[in-house]
Design a protein around this ligand. Structure first.
Ligand SMILES: NC(=O)c1ccc[n+]([C@@H]2O[C@H](COP(=O)([O-])OP(=O)(O)OC[C@H]3O[C@@H](n4cnc5c(N)ncnc54)[C@H](O)[C@@H]3O)[C@@H](O)[C@H]2O)c1
Ligand SMILES: C[N+](C)(C)CCCC=O
Length: 508
């Protein structure tokens, strides 16, 4: 019997109330949802805003990973033969379906991740934009013709890599799946995607949508699991590439595993990015920018500008404005349109974030606002993992809160005096994902952008993410890029064909 799409099932119709229990299988290969073979190492998946159980995460074992990869490989053999125009049409249809179902998918994302509905809707918009963008590029992929002596010539073919693996983090579950699959599919590859074990639900919706749009069965597959399933994927001999989003320690392991099979790797890792605010900035914009740099998705954003360097002369006005706006952030039920900050991903993560704040206090930082567990009055949300957004003053570069990625709603503010000094301090980190500068001095803005060691520098804004623009890290924040034209390089390879038009020269 044909399966109903996940979103049309009765339990999903309750999603708008924030109450959902998912019982359907969350694996997907061979063009359908697949029931787990074993029920070993089952982990509960929580709804961050209520603390209740959303579903079970049942990790795929070796045999299942193998089935998913073989399914991907057979789809790849068909998909790679299609013209760019044919691939593009199917991808455009997938983007259209996502756009049509945007509100429902966003609700499920809210329930599984805890972020506010307004943000989740933007995430889904970015996802379909990304698929649309790479659908537009698919027909343009081409090689080069190179004239050689005597009428001979060579040409290059831009070919796919084969079966690519995507491994995702929990902060942007649907968007990460789209950022990885869209360029992969545009180039003619197939993908096996493993979402984070904490956010297993929406990737399978993407798989259903690709199928509905007309991709060959097996082209985009989902396997559930954690480290063990992830390492089975990285070691599998039929896998050509691994694109990983997650922490630095896991990224290193992924790189090591991929190295054994000489597989290509993209690593999108963590950060501790600097945001530099000069005294000549437009202050209200800088304050709004600092909030954008710290409090989207409860601060669980890899590229957040969590080290906010403020030129000493404007520190009092900056702090006054930033605290006023931070205190006004509506924390609570993420399903409500007015909410601007939802719940952190899990209880242990919430405790870790609160631990960082306590440690900051012990090390001499001053909490200007927030930094506490928040319990909403709605009884349904009493078990949720809410933390009020926190601004830390009196920080210094050697404090843990300034050096380590907290991945929560915690902004550390640091004074500086000169451009030279702040650049040296801003770059004094092993990370290099993003950075930002607020100034009205155009020459200074570009000079600072040139000298910051980071994959992105925002001038007079922060955390905007158009899909046309490459995104990725310097230093230990990773390598390779997502989004933008350049990502085609990371999902394709060049074949050179050399054509002799005359006779083979006699040499032996
Ligand atoms: N640069 C980016 O684009 C970006 C985006 C989002 C998140 N992040 C980073 O991700 C981190 C938070 O995400 P997280 O807690 O899910 O990270 P994580 O490293 O714990 O897990 C990421 C993924 O790797 C999988 N995994 C864990 N061990 C593995 C192993 N041995 N082999 C293969 N896969 C394995 C996990 O199951 C998960 O799917 C933060 O550091 C954040 O900065 C980076
Ligand atoms: C906020 N952006 C710019 C969309 C980036 C999200 C990806 C990182 O966690």
């Amino acid at each position: 019997m044909a399966q109903q799409p996940l979103l049309s099932l009765p339990e999903f119709q309750n999603a708008s109330t924030g109450i959902l229990v998912v019982k359907e299988p969350l694996n997907f290969w061979g063009g359908q949802r697949v029931k787990p073979k074993h029920a070993k190492n089952v982990e509960p998946v929580y709804q961050p805003s209520t603390g209740s159980v959303l579903c079970d995460m049942i990790p795929c074992v070796e045999e299942e990973v193998d089935q998913a990869i073989k399914s991907a490989n057979s789809a790849y053999l068909q998909w790679r033969k299609l013209s760019g125009m044919e691939r593009s049409r199917i991808m455009l249809e997938a983007a259209r379906i996502i756009r049509e179902r945007r509100n429902e998918i966003a609700k499920v994302e809210v329930i599984n991740n805890g972020k506010s509905i307004t943000e989740a809707e933007v995430d889904i918009d970015i996802a379909w934009n990304c698929i649309e963008y790479y659908a537009g590029i698919a027909p343009t992929l081409s090689g080069q013709h190179i004239q050689l002596p005597g009428g001979s010539f060579a040409y290059t073919r831009r070919e796919p890599l084969g079966v690519c693996v995507g491994i995702g983090a929990w902060n942007y579950p649907f968007q990460i799946a789209a950022w990885k699959s869209a360029p992969a599919l545009a180039c003619g590859n197939a993908m096996v995607f493993k979402p984070s074990p904490m956010t297993p639900v929406t990737a399978v919706i993407l798989a259903e949508i690709y199928k509905e749009a007309g991709v060959p069965e097996g082209l985009f597959n989902v396997v559930q699991g954690g480290a063990e399933t992830g390492s089975l994927l990285c070691h599998h001999p039929m896998v050509a590439k691994v694109s990983f989003t997650g922490s630095v320690p896991t990224g290193k392991k992924v790189m090591e595993m991929a190295a054994k099979g000489v597989k290509q790797v993209t690593l999108e890792l963590g950060g501790k990015s600097p945001l530099i605010i000069f005294k000549d900035c437009e202050l209200e914009n800088a304050i709004k920018g600092a909030l954008m740099a710290n409090f989207l998705t409860q601060g669980e954003v890899c590229c957040n500008g969590t080290r906010v360097f403020v030129q000493r002369e404007i520190m009092p006005q900056f702090l006054e404005g930033v605290v006023k706006r931070t205190k006004a952030i509506a924390v609570g039920n993420p399903m409500l349109r007015d909410t601007r900050m939802g719940a952190l991903i899990s209880k242990p993560h919430m405790e870790k974030v609160l631990g960082f704040i306590n440690q900051a206090k012990e090390q001499g930082a001053k909490v200007l606002c927030g930094g506490e567990r928040f319990v909403p009055t709605d009884p349904k949300l009493k078990g949720g993992y809410f933390v009020t957004p926190c601004v830390l003053d009196n920080c210094s570069d050697d404090m843990t809160c300034v050096k380590e990625e907290i991945f929560g709603p915690v902004m550390s503010v640091l004074p500086f005096d000169t451009e030279e000094e702040v650049l040296e301090r801003a770059n004094n980190t092993t990370f290099g994902l993003a950075s930002g500068v607020f100034t009205r001095d155009i020459a200074r803005a570009h000079r600072v952008a040139e000298n910051l060691q980071a994959g992105t520098c925002y001038i007079n804004n922060y955390n905007v993410g158009p899909v046309e623009v490459p995104f990725g890290g310097y230093k230990m924040s990773g390598f390779g890029r997502e989004n933008g034209l350049v990502t085609i390089e990371y999902y394709s390879q060049l074949k050179t064909v050399v054509v002799e038009m005359g006779d083979v020269e006699e040499y032996f």
